[in-house]
Design a protein around this ligand. Structure first.
Ligand code: HEC
Ligand code: HEC
Length: 372
């Protein structure tokens, strides 16, 4: 038995990048507030895989797709022989060969469906132009993306399980070789990496890391950027901005339904224990502005979610009483809302930058530091 060099540095480093990028992207998907980070890690994963595909044609022996083992008979033998040592594989064993190709295909489907979901649901990224036409179906796109992401996870779990069986039951050194680059084989079969391949390997790693850096730190880059624009209510409707912004922030009209605005404007004398009454003409003018821009007429995700959560009871006049608002804020401590920095649940702008310009974006959320 003798040691042979099988996996070049580029394979091993990119393998680590894939593990880290996938794990972080998958975990971050559970935290809406970190959605742009989730997207950044997901797209960077795509960059690593794009280079891997090219590597599959120009890389050294064993890295090339044509050196993968897709023989079904070998695959069957490999899978059904957990406790016996199978044929020696200098490169990828049949199970890994299939897993790698499946991962590349499913990663691609996950990323593309993710771009659709991001564009349509959040009005962000390169496909945000689809938002207007498809926003009603946003959940379908999210479901498709989730399906592929979970399929991707399932393949990874099988691949990891197989590698562990390989390492601890079959006592193979496949996992170790992904770290050291070397395998112990019956004959010496070192690979040769030429200068062009070395250069490609360096570019592969540098570009992958740089793309992650770019996606996270370049504000307004087209892959993450939002297509919502700031609304200036002082210009759009002066009375609304002045009258309804005198005691509290100007709430974006799309956060309540038509019925809610009608109920509210009918009863301004008794407005949350305050008298906010207006003359008839101003009242009608503001009401018509509110109706025109109500949740029913908005493409904003939160508008749709609020409407859906209100169901029949859509005359609730406090945004903070809607089930969707409650659900989204139920993890925030009461003491935060009561603090000097925030004062009231209704003081949205303490945490939502630019909400008075109609923007509600995850990366504009900052919960203030609460002092003692
Ligand atoms: C005289 C002061 C005053 C004026 C003028 C006023 N409001 Fe209010 N509004 C309040 C108070 C007080 C609350 C309760 C805030 C809280 O819960 O901290 C409130 C709450 C609200 C809420 C619910 C916030 C939540 O908890 O979700 C909305 C929506 C609202 N106002 C809209 C309007 C609109 C639209 C106008 C203009 C027609 C208006 N307000 C004018 C005093 C005022
Ligand atoms: C103490 C801070 C705080 C205050 C005050 C606050 N929010 Fe939020 N809000 C958050 C946080 C944090 C999230 C993100 C929750 C999550 O991770 O899903 C959030 C999420 C949301 C969302 C869901 C995100 C989306 O795009 O659909 C909406 C809508 C929202 N807030 C509206 C409001 C409105 C309207 C007000 C005022 C009536 C308000 N919030 C007041 C902290 C706050």
């Amino acid at each position: 038995m003798t040691k042979s060099y099988i996996w070049p540095v580029a394979n091993r480093v990119s393998h680590v990048l894939l593990m880290v990028f996938f794990t972080l992207s998958y975990i971050l998907a559970d935290f809406d507030r970190y959605l742009s980070l989730h997207v950044a890690f997901g797209l960077a994963l795509g960059v690593v895989f794009l280079f891997r595909i090219v590597w599959g044609f120009i890389g050294p022996k064993h890295s090339k797709f044509k050196d993968f083992n897709f023989n079904l008979y070998d695959l069957k033998n490999y899978l059904f022989s957990i406790f016996v040592k199978t044929k020696e594989y200098a490169g990828h064993n049949p199970a890994s060969s299939y897993a790698i190709v499946a991962m590349i295909v499913v990663a691609f489907l996950t990323i593309v469906s993710g771009l659709f979901a991001y564009g349509i649901e959040e009005n962000r990224g390169v496909l945000s132009f689809l938002h207007q036409s498809f926003f009603r179906d946003m959940e379908v796109f999210e479901d498709i993306h989730e399906f592929f992401a979970n399929l991707f996870l399932a393949i990874i779990v099988l691949h990891v399980a197989g590698s562990l069986v390989d390492r601890f039951i079959k006592k193979s050194d496949a996992i170790d070789s992904m770290i050291s680059g070397y395998k112990v084989l019956s004959s010496k079969v070192d690979i040769k990496v030429n200068l062009a391949q070395k250069l490609f390997g360096i570019i592969w790693i540098v570009v992958s890391l740089f793309s992650l850096y770019y996606l996270i730190f370049t504000k307004g880059n087209i892959f993450i950027a939002s297509s919502y624009v700031k609304q200036d209510y002082t210009v759009l409707h002066k009375d609304f901005s002045e009258e309804c912004g005198s005691c509290h922030i100007t709430y974006p009209p799309y956060l309540l339904s038509k019925n809610s605005w009608i109920s509210m404007m009918k009863n301004l004398e008794n407005h949350f224990d305050d008298d906010a009454s207006l003359d008839e003409v101003t009242n009608q003018s503001i009401l018509s502005f509110l109706m025109h821009n109500s949740a029913e007429n908005s493409t904003h995700k939160s508008a749709l979610k609020i409407l859906k959560s209100l169901k029949d009871n859509n005359s609730t006049i406090a945004i903070t009483k809607t089930p969707y608002w409650r659900k989204k804020h139920d993890e925030i401590e009461k003491s935060v809302f009561a603090s000097n920095e925030v004062k009231s649940r209704a003081n949205c702008k303490a945490c939502h930058e630019n909400i008075e310009n109609g923007l509600l974006e995850y990366d504009l959320i900052n919960i203030p530091d609460i002092k003692g």
